[in-house]
Each structure stands twice: as structure tokens, then as C-alpha cells.
Design a protein around this ligand. Structure first.
Ligand code: FMN
Length: 363
């Protein structure tokens, strides 16, 4: 098998230049295990776990998804499981901690638990090499480097990339507007964002948003990135922790069948259905206040739409379930294992890049 080797592989210690994006509401534990064992970076997601802290104000039924353990214990057990299940492959994994101001206390708790889990077990210390922070100010999190982690920070703009570089991030993920779940209000897509960020910073850049195959991995490398991060594509794999209905919904969507609307913590991209349309309707009502900088008084409505949307997801009601996903859903038509997926991405990208020199002619 041909391998594609970039700086990302050396920095993190992975075989393939591919990161699995953090994807709350789930722990993405099964997915992380499969991705690590396939030679890329698997990532445990934390954001849903925080919902166990204040169940009545949480968008998801945390008890139903995670049981009654406190969030730090849920994370600890998940880290133990991923360590154990990936030990024989010698791969490495990460933890994603969203650091938005709204849940900064939960972010601190997850970071502390991650550090503690590494101290408690030498196998974990060897394999849990990466922390991916997202959705917030990078500045306080340089402490992750002092703790020996490779620190990856996710940004939606050149401005935020420069801030992450100044804070000392080891890798910057430039996340374009076509991506699934949280996006920025400013609709800058990967084709513009990735080369702009790669040019603006010296820190190695990974592209996110719209990547799903060898063509898009090759494109990312040509745009100046050292690899890709994928969310939506990884949902639609055999091993991923997502509902079968969610996986099928991705396979059914065409590229125009996602919508961006207000989530409780900022805009999000949903797979289009009745629930997503209701959220967009509410978003449009909120826009005047949003643009005037006034407080949004419809948080309760949004919370209710999200809560019932997640209940309907768990009850497999396709039309009213809340499901996030990127525009790239329109390019996904199969449900491979993660090993098959990663293998096909790498071989297609190698083939495309192998053909590239033929386009260069001396004049
Ligand atoms: C269902 C879903 C949940 C997500 N949750 C998170 C999250 O908890 N933290 C985070 O940093 N990014 C989150 N993301 C973004 C992904 O990590 C990734 O950057 C994004 O999906 C890339 O775009 P793509 O969907 O086009 O591959 C989520 C994406 C999806 C689809």
C-alpha cells in the first residue's frame, strides 16, 4: 500500500495525515478506537458529557446517552477503554475539549481529567498524545504543552489562526463553513480559508470542512495544509457511535440538503429535515436582535427545539430528529469500515498526486 507522509504524521506519530474530528453529543469512543487502529488520529469527544452537569438546561438527555456517572468519570472510563483497545496497534489518540466561554468550567474539568488519566497509567501516557481545543479563546490552554501534549486548536478564520499561533498551538485546524455542526457566522469555506490560513501562519495547518476522499485530501495538501480533519465522513462508517438513522440520513442527503441555524452555543449546520427548518425559522426571527447586539430572548425556544430534536433522534423519528452534518454529506454514498475508508482515501490521494506532475510542462 502506498503511504502519504506529511509533517502531521511526524508531529503526532500517525501513519496517515488524517484526524477524526471531535463530535459531541457522542463520546465517539468506538470511532476513535477504529480510527486509531487504522493508523490515523482518533479523538474522544467531551461536549455531550458536560450535559450531565445541569440536565434541565442541557440540549441532550445525558442520562439516556451516558448513564448517571459524573462527566469526569465518563471521560476517565472512555480514556481507559480507548487505551486498552488500541494498545496492540501502538497508535495514538486525542481528546477534544470545546473551550467556549459558556462551558469553561466543564472545559477545565475535562482537561484536568485528561492530565490525571495520563499520570495514572503509563500506556495512556504513551498513547493519549493530543488535546484538541475548539470553539473558544486559545490563550489559557498553552498549559497543555507544559503537560507534554501536542496541542491542536480549531479556528474559523485567519484572525483566529494568528491568535492560536501566538498562544503556541502545535497544529491549527482551519475549519471551513461547509463543515457539520458548529460553524462560524461568517461563511468562509475551506477553499478560501485553508490556503489563507496556511499562508498567514508558520504553524502546520490541517483543513476541516468538506473533506471526505482522496481527491479532497490531495486538494488540501495542494492548498498548503499538512492533512485533513473529517467529521461527517467518519459518522458514516460501520464502527461509528452514531445512530443507524443518522448514518443513513447522511447517505440520503444531496449537497444542498444541509441548513445553518442557531444552536444554543452559536450557529450549527444540520442535515435538512423538519426540525432543522424549525430551527432556521427561529433563527430568522432572532436575526434583528442578533445584529443589533441585543440579548436573544428565544434561548428557551431553541433549547426546547434541540431537546425534542435529540429525543426524536433517540426515538428514531427521522423527520424531527436533530442531526448535524456537513455539505459533504452530498458526496457520501457508502458505509465502509474506517480501515477501508482511510485506505481508499490514501490510495486515491496518492494516485491523484502521482498524476499531478504530468500537468507541469516546460514552456
Ligand atoms: C455531529 C457533529 C458533531 C460535532 N461536534 C464537535 C465537537 O464536539 N467539537 C468540535 O471541535 N467539533 C465538532 N464538530 C466538527 C468536527 O470536529 C469537524 O471539524 C467537522 O465535522 C469537519 O467538517 P465535515 O463535517 O465537513 O467533515 C462536529 C461535527 C459533527 C458533524
Amino acid at each position: 500500500m502506498t503511504l502519504l507522509h506529511t509533517e502531521l504524521c511526524d508531529i503526532i506519530g500517525i501513519k496517515h495525515p488524517i484526524l477524526q474530528g471531535g463530535m459531541g453529543p457522542y463520546k465517539t469512543e468506538a470511532l476513535a478506537i477504529a480510527v486509531v487502529n487504522a493508523g490515523a488520529l482518533g479523538v474522544i469527544s467531551c461536549i455531550g458529557m458536560a450535559a450531565t452537569l445541569i440536565p434541565e438546561a442541557a440540549p441532550i438527555d445525558a442520562q439516556r446517552l451516558f448513564g448517571s456517572d459524573p462527566p469526569a468519570i465518563i471521560l476517565q472510563k472512555s480514556i481507559e477503554k480507548v487505551t486498552k483497545e488500541t494498545r496492540s496497534s501502538g497508535g495514538v489518540f486525542g481528546v477534544n475539549v470545546p473551550v467556549a466561554a459558556e462551558f469553561i468550567l466543564a472545559s477545565k474539568m475535562f482537561v484536568e481529567q485528561t492530565i490525571e488519566s495520563c499520570k495514572a497509567d503509563s500506556d495512556t501516557e504513551r498513547s493519549l498524545r493530543v488535546v484538541v481545543t475548539s470553539a473558544g479563546n486559545p490563550k489559557p490552554w498553552s498549559v497543555l504543552k507544559d503537560e507534554g501534549f501536542i496541542w491542536v486548536h480549531v479556528v474559523p478564520s485567519v484572525y483566529h489562526a494568528k491568535k492560536a499561533e501566538a498562544a503556541g498551538a502545535d497544529i491549527i485546524v482551519a475549519s471551513g463553513h461547509e463543515g457539520g455542526a458548529h460553524v462560524s457566522w461568517d461563511p468562509v469555506h475551506s477553499m478560501v480559508l485553508v490556503p489563507a490560513v496556511a499562508k498567514a501562519v508558520k504553524t502546520p495547518v490541517v483543513g476541516a470542512g468538506g473533506f471526505c476522499d482522496g481527491l479532497t485530501l490531495a486538494a488540501a495538501l495542494c492548498l498548503g495544509a499538512v492533512g485533513i480533519q473529517m467529521g461527517t465522513r467518519f459518522i458514516a462508517t460501520k464502527e461509528s457511535d452514531f445512530e443507524p438513522m443518522w448514518k443513513q440520513a447522511i447517505l440520503k442527503r444531496e449537497e444542498r440538503q444541509t441548513l445553518v441555524g442557531r444552536g444554543l452555543f452559536g450557529p450549527m449546520r444540520f442535515l435538512r429535515n423538519k426540525r432543522a427548518e424549525e430551527i432556521v425559522e427561529q433563527t430568522l426571527e432572532d436575526l434583528p436582535n442578533f445584529y443589533l447586539g441585543e440579548p436573544l430572548d428565544s434561548n428557551e425556544v431553541i433549547l426546547k427545539l434541540e431537546q425534542t430534536g435529540f429525543d426524536d433522534l433517540l426515538d428514531a423519528k427521522e423527520d424531527t430528529a436533530l442531526m448535524f452534518g456537513g455539505e459533504v454529506a452530498g458526496r457520501i454514498q457508502d458505509l465502509p469500515t474506517t480501515a477501508e475508508l482511510i485506505g481508499s482515501i490514501v490510495s486515491e490521494a496518492s494516485e491523484v498526486l502521482g498524476r499531478a506532475p504530468k500537468f507541469v510542462v516546460s514552456g
